[in-house]
Write a protein that binds this ligand. Structure first.
Ligand code: NAP
Length: 292
């Protein structure tokens, strides 16, 4: 039987509509519209496109966005000075430094400069540290991992006691997803490029989150029948039949895996749209926190 699809487009739309409605009420109550500052260093086309999408989504939700584009030749100190300036600006409730920064920048130092109450991307070392510690609460949860958890919740997946396997251990996806799954009482295995016999490890999973950036690497016979599969991967593969000459695929061979899994997220239309929805939600939360 074919898996049920967890529709990220529909869920993200629901969250964005709710944020928009809450912003209307917030402004009607006499507050300034929430504000998100985006900091883009250099001219990486993918990063430019992500930042544009985030700014557009802010506009649609009634959130102000302030875009700051710095050349790749900027110094570390210039980027950090901009972050400090945004920390001090009351119109700015959230600061998003688009990652990755160009080679040569010390990413952690830049992220450390962000006031944690404006860290809507959740990557400040204190927020990540709290995520990793029992009984501590981060002020913000990183948007893509947060989106994965909301998708699992939408599908009604029982995580407590479930065996979860996370493919990938990056700072922005794999590791924070794994930490969130642990917080949800799943038993978590984290896999990476040195993991031995990956298919056998994946086959143990009741819940699989794939974030490795390898097109369609997870095959149908890697997946336990009835498993829930969240595919974070966004990979371009050549496709001469498409107007752009490529199509997007996930880290999971969708057509095969959907015949085995109980629930699955498509690519595109799964985790991708959730990232922006969670960013808007975090920005509204930051504005409300700042007003307290
Ligand atoms: P990344 O920083 O390149 O990390 C990839 C991870 O996968 C690393 O931990 C790496 O292991 C592991 N890995 C790579 N090849 C592997 C293999 N053959 N077998 C097992 N593990 C392997 O990537 P990322 O930034 O986490 O992104 C992962 C994917 O998610 C990409 O396709 C990206 O485009 C997508 N993404 C989507 C969103 C969204 O909004 N939907 C957001 C962010 C990223 P090592 O640690 O050993 O190197």
């Amino acid at each position: 039987m074919s898996a049920q699809i967890i529709d990220g487009v529909k869920l993200a739309e629901k969250i964005r509509t709710r944020v928009k409605e809450e912003v209307v009420i917030w402004v009607a109550d006499g507050h300034t519209a929430p504000g998100l500052a985006t900091v883009l260093v250099g001219e990486n086309p993918a990063s430019q496109s992500y930042v544009r999408s985030k700014q557009k989504a802010c506009g649609e939700a009634g959130i102000q966005s302030f875009g700051f584009n710095l050349p790749a030749t900027s110094s570390q100190e210039e980027v950090e000075a901009l972050v400090r300036q945004l920390n001090a600006d009351p119109k700015v409730n959230g600061i998003l430094v688009q990652l990755p920064l160009p080679a040569g920048f010390d990413e952690e130092r830049v992220l450390r400069e962000i006031n944690i109450e404006k860290d809507v991307d959740g990557f400040h070392p204190i927020n990540i540290g709290r995520l990793a510690q029992k009984g501590r609460e981060p002020l913000f949860i990183p948007c893509t991992p947060y989106g994965c958890m909301v998708l699992l919740e939408e599908a009604g997946v029982k995580l407590s006691g479930a065996k979860a396997v996370v493919l990938g251990r990056s700072n922005i996806v794999g590791m924070p997803v794994a930490l969130l799954l642990v917080r949800a009482d799943a038993t978590v295995t984290i896999c990476h490029s040195r993991t031995k016999d990956l298919p056998a490890v994946v086959r143990e999973a009741d819940v699989l989150v794939a974030a490795i950036g390898k097109p369609e690497m997870v095959r149908g016979d890697w997946v336990k029948p009835g498993a829930v599969v969240i595919d974070v991967g966004i990979n371009h593969v050549d496709d001469a039949s498409r107007p752009r000459g490529y199509r997007l695929v996930g880290d999971v061979a969708y057509d095969e895996v959907k015949e085995v899994a109980s629930w699955i997220t498509p690519v595109p239309g799964g985790v991708g749209p959730m990232t922006i929805a969670m960013l808007l939600q975090n920005t509204l939360r930051a504005a409300k926190m700042a007003a307290k």
